[in-house]
Design a protein around this ligand. Structure first.
Ligand code: NAP
Length: 242
C-alpha cells in the first residue's frame, strides 16, 4: 500500500515511534528515523524495518527542537531517499510538575521539543510534500492536549498547540493534496509512561486497561492511507477522553 513511499518518523528508536516505523515499513514504506540519540541505537529498528519493507531504512541523529539541525537533516534525507511522502511527528518529552512550582526551563524545553519540533519538521518537509502533490503529516498529540492533566501544564499546552498546528497545516496544505492529522493517545505502555499499575486514572479507562504501542501504530497506518481524512484528531485512548 505504501510501496515507493518515504516515511520520516521522529523519535523512532523506541516506544510509539518504533512501532509506527514497523507498521509503515510493513505497508511497504521506506523509513527515515530522526532521533536525538546515537544512530547506532536505532540501527536494530532500521534492520527490522528493512525486513518488513525489503527496502531502505536509515537513522539520522537530530534534535527536532533545533531549526537549523532539522533543515540539514531533511536535506540529507532528501539526498538519501529522494523525497518525503509521510511525516510522523512523534518525538516528545515530559518534564512534569505543578504549574505553581514548575521551572521555566522545564516549560520551555517541553514546548521546544513537542511543539516547535513538529513545526521545524513540517517547515522543512513541506516543500517536498507539496512538490509531490500528495502525502500526509501525522502529529502524535495526547489526550492531555484535549482534557488537560494536573501536573502536566507544559505537556498539555504543547499537545493542545500541536492540535491547533495540525488543523492549520491541514487547511494550508489541503489545496496542495497534502493531508495533516493528529493522533491523541491515552495511556500507552512505553518508557515514557513507566509503571502505571497503581495509577488511579487507569480505573477511568472505559476499556479497562492501558493501550499498546501497536494500537497507536495501527492508527498511524490508517491515517497514512485515509485519503479523504484531514484535520482530524484520532483518539487512541480506550475511551478515556470520550
Ligand atoms: P518515549 O518512549 O519516551 O520515546 C520518545 C522518543 O523521542 C525517543 O526515541 C527519544 O529519543 C525521542 N526524542 C526525545 N527528544 C527528542 C528530540 N529533541 N529530538 C528528536 N528525538 C527526540 O515516548 P513514547 O511513549 O514512545 O511517546 C512518543 C510520543 O507519543 C510522544 O510525543 C508522547 O508525548 C506521545 N504520547 C505518548 C503516550 C504514552 O502513553 N506513551 C500518550 C500520549 C502521547 P531517545 O531515545 O534518544 O531519548
Amino acid at each position: 500500500m505504501l510501496k515507493g513511499k518515504v516515511a520520516v518518523v521522529t523519535g523512532g528508536s523506541r516506544g510509539l515511534g518504533e512501532a509506527i516505523a514497523y507498521k509503515l515499513a510493513s505497508m511497504g514504506a521506506e523509513i527515515a528515523i530522526v532521533d536525538i540519540g546515537d544512530p547506532a541505537k536505532a540501527q536494530p529498528v532500521c534492520d527490522k524495518c528493512k525486513e518488513h519493507n525489503q527496502g531502505k531504512a536509515k537513522a539520522y541523529q537530530c534534535d527536532v527542537s533545533d531549526f537549523q539541525a532539522v533543515k540539514e537533516t531533511v536535506a540529507q534525507i532528501k539526498a538519501d531517499f529522494g523525497t518525503v511522502h509521510i511525516l510522523v511527528n512523534n518525538a516528545g518529552i515530559t518534564r512534569d510538575g505543578l504549574a505553581a512550582m514548575m521551572k521555566e526551563e522545564d516549560f520551555d524545553q517541553v514546548l521546544a521539543v513537542n511543539l516547535k519540533g513538529a513545526f521545524n519538521m513540517i517547515r522543512h518537509c513541506a516543500g517536498l510534500l507539496i512538490r509531490n502533490r500528495e502525502g500526509c503529516i501525522i502529529n502524535i498529540a495526547s489526550v492531555a492536549g484535549l482534557m488537560g492533566n494536573a501536573g502536566q501544564c507544559n505537556y498539555a499546552a504543547s499537545k493542545a498547540g500541536l492540535i491547533g498546528l495540525t488543523k492549520t497545516i491541514a487547511k494550508e496544505l489541503a489545496p496542495k493534496g497534502v493531508r495533516c492529522n493528529a493522533i491523541a493517545p491515552g495511556f500507552i505502555a512505553t518508557d515514557m509512561t513507566g509503571d502505571q499499575t497503581e495509577n488511579p486514572l487507569l480505573k477511568m479507562i472505559p476499556l479497562g486497561k492501558m493501550g499498546e504501542a501497536a494500537d497507536v501504530a495501527e492508527a498511524a497506518g490508517y491515517l497514512a492511507v485515509a485519503k479523504y481524512v484531514t484535520g482530524d484528531v484520532l483518539r487512541v485512548d480506550g475511551g478515556i477522553a470520550m
